[in-house]
Design a protein around this ligand. Structure first.
Ligand code: NI
Length: 192
């Protein structure tokens, strides 16, 4: 059976703070894990009117392996294709630190203004075990930094804990509303 959004773990699940393991051999189990990640993300995406599920790390379906999947078209919900990155690493951080909104399938309805490098270089293996390199800018660079953080047990809210005006909540009409910092601190999910 295909995985669904119900298989995505969310805070405060402590597994999201675990460091994931490098993938050695790219077995059929690893390939089907990548499929599971894509299916769970697409199912989540179908349930959300105002958001696109652009990427997922394996730990978000409770599998502690260094694998991420990233959508090929970041804006078009109709394009259901993804690219898989195994053992991805940032090899260079460039550009300027840029602040923008960021959300996470494991932190439902919460968005934050997070500073990230505007340009990065990465290397990874594809599903056939071939190493490749890529340069990413803008939103794509942000996605890689967010997802590679997941492989190291870091969630985006960890970057903004000390910034009172960085937290936002998605309302039902799809608008981001600034959260009161005291409410953030009293939220057992955001501030465990
Ligand atoms: Ni995330």
């Amino acid at each position: 059976m295909a995985l669904t959004k119900e298989d995505i773990i969310t805070l405060p699940n402590p597994h999201l703070r675990q460091r994931s393991k490098r993938v050695g051999h790219i077995s059929s189990k690893i390939k089907s894990l990548a499929e599971d990640m894509i299916n769970a993300t697409l199912n989540w995406d179908e349930s959300r009117d105002h958001e696109v599920g652009v990427a997922l790390a394996a730990i978000q379906i409770d599998q502690p392996y260094r694998i991420i999947v990233v959508r090929n078209d970041l804006e078009d919900k109709k394009d259901r294709s993804f690219m898989t990155f195994i053992n991805p690493e940032i090899t260079k951080k460039e550009g300027v630190m840029t602040e923008d909104f960021e959300g996470c399938l494991s932190v439902p309805d919460i968005y934050g203004k997070v500073k990230r490098y505007s340009k990065i270089r990465i290397k990874a293996l594809d599903l056939d075990g071939r190493q490749f390199r890529m340069t990413a800018e803008g939103f794509l660079a942000r996605i890689f930094q967010h997802e590679i953080d997941h492989l190291n047990g870091i969630v985006f809210i960890d970057h903004i804990r000390d910034i009172p005006d960085a937290f936002y909540r998605l309302s039902e009409d799809g608008k981001l509303k600034s959260m009161d910092y005291e409410a953030v601190k009293q939220d057992s999910v955001l501030w465990e």
